[in-house]
Structure formats: C-alpha cells, structure tokens
Design a protein around this ligand. Structure first.
Ligand code: HPA
Length: 277
C-alpha cells in the first residue's frame, strides 16, 4: 500500500501541475453549502475522483469538486463537499484534503458546516462563529506515526480558531449587517442525531452547537501550522425540553437559505485578508 505521505504528495503534485497561482486560503463547505462558490472566479475544477488518492464524498448533499480561483481578491481553493467519519472513512482520509491543501501552500483554512444549535434565542439560519471545539468523535487524525516536518507530536490546542481571523469575521459580519453568534462546536461522528439527554450533556460540558464534521480537520490544520476560521450555520435549534424531530431535508433547506449570507461573510473576510496582506 502506498504510504499516506506519498499519497498526499501525489495528489498535491497532480494539482500543482494543473493549477495556476497557488492558493493561499482553503475553504471547506458542508451540507447544503457546496453551492456557495457563486462569487468565486473559477480557474480550475477537479472532481474528487480524478485526483489521485482523493477520498470521494458519498453524501448526496455534498458535491465532490475541488475548485481553484479568486474569491474576494484572494487565491483560494474550495472543497465543495467534505468527507465524514460517518461515511466509514478514517480520520486520516477525512483530513487528507487538508494535508493536500497544506502542500499546495494554503496557510489559512475556512471550515464551514451545518450544526444544531442549543441557544433557544437563536433562529434556524443564524451563523455562529466557532470560538473553540470539543472533539467527541472518540478518535484523532494525529494518531499514528508523526511526520515531523508536517508538525509536532503534541500540538498545543489553546487557540484552534485563530483570534485574528475571528476578529475579521466579527467586523466583516458587522459591515454586512449579519448578526453573528459565537460559541463552542462539539464534533460527534453521527450519523444518528442527538437524543435530548445527549443535548443536555453537550450543553453541560460547554458546547453551543453540535455537528458531524470539522473537529478532525481543525486538529490537522493546527498541527500543520495553518490558521483556522470556523463558521456554522445553525440549521436547527435543539431544545431538550421541547424536542422536535429534525430531518436532513429541513437541515439542507435551511443551510441553502443561509448560504448566500455565509458566502457574503466569507467574501468580506477574504477582502479584509487581502487588504491586510
Ligand atoms: N446534529 C448534528 N449535526 C447537525 C445538526 C444536529 O442537530 N444539524 C445540522 N447538522
């Protein structure tokens, strides 16, 4: 079997030979958000299946394309559709694209997702800035041999979500008139949604929202020395005292509705990054 490192390098080389300017920012889009590339000037596009060793998303609401282009004046790569643990992929596979992005020169990573919120003053469709995370997936993408030139064995996790990018998101949201929520994201494997008892537990341990992605990607990005911005669309509000059934159709519909606002916010953040240099 080809070693993980060689697979990452082969995928990166394939892309490097085909794309123009190296991307500075990587953007991962999740449920219903894969279309939020409307404002991107696309220079190159690849189906995951045509990139050597790249994992292929099996979720219908995820597109499975890697785009390269210009967004808000910044060279970016956008992953339309991510890979999840619940699809049966390993943490190494889930984070393979992050390693590839790093090889391509990406220094800043924007992770977006759909999440269930716990604050009953929030409305479905609100956007939450992720300020910290709790990895409850029971695994970690850094388990196994450490590639010393990729990062250190025991990376510090005090500031997973870069304070300066959080500040850009706050000011960017203000200038677009978006009410930005803030909170801690708890990452589970899914795919079963949370019971009311699990929601009470998650609230008690300090989580403000829950979802089935993001935490592994953020861990690997920090390991690789990337700066991370996390944005959740709160597609449903989970109140354990008044539980209402959540369906994936509703979650996707709300995410789709909120996507243009998320896109506007990301564009604003990128503009500010471009200005800052
Ligand atoms: N739980 C987990 N993942 C989610 C949810 C939820 O309530 N909503 C959107 N993604």
């Amino acid at each position: 079997m080809v070693q993980y490192r060689q697979r990452v390098e082969a995928a990166a080389k394939h892309l490097q030979q085909r794309v123009g300017a190296p991307p500075r920012v990587g953007i991962l889009t999740g449920t219903g958000l894969g279309e939020s590339a409307g404002a991107l000037t696309v220079h190159d596009s690849f189906d995951y299946g045509e990139i050597p060793h790249f994992p292929v998303s099996t979720v219908e609401s995820h597109r499975g394309r890697l785009l390269f282009g210009d967004f808000g004046g910044v060279p970016v790569t956008i992953m339309q559709g991510r890979i999840h643990l619940y699809e049966g992929y390993s943490p190494l596979e889930v984070t393979f694209p992050i390693r590839v992005m790093r090889q391509l020169g990406v220094s800043d990573l924007i992770l977006t997702n759909a999440a269930g919120g716990f604050d009953t003053t929030c409305r479905p469709g609100d956007i939450m800035l992720i300020t910290d995370q709790i990895n409850l997936t029971g695994t970690n993408a850094l388990i196994g041999p450490n590639e010393a030139d990729w990062g250190i064995r025991f990376p510090d996790m005090n500031q997973v979500y870069a304070p300066d990018l959080q500040a850009l998101a706050r000011t960017g949201a203000e200038s677009c008139g978006i009410r930005l929520r803030e909170g801690v994201y708890a990452g589970l494997t899914g795919p079963s949604l949370e019971t009311p008892a699990e929601v009470r537990y998650l609230k008690a341990i300090g989580a403000d929202a829950v979802g089935f992605s993001t935490v592994q990607e953020a861990i690997v990005a920090v390991h690789a020395g990337m700066r991370v911005l996390g944005l959740s669309i709160l597609t449903n509000i989970n109140d354990p005292d008044r539980p209402v059934p959540a369906t994936v159709e509703e979650i996707i519909a709300v995410a789709n509705q909120a996507a243009p606002r998320l896109e506007a916010l990301i564009r604003e953040v990128l503009r500010r990054m471009a200005r800052r240099g």
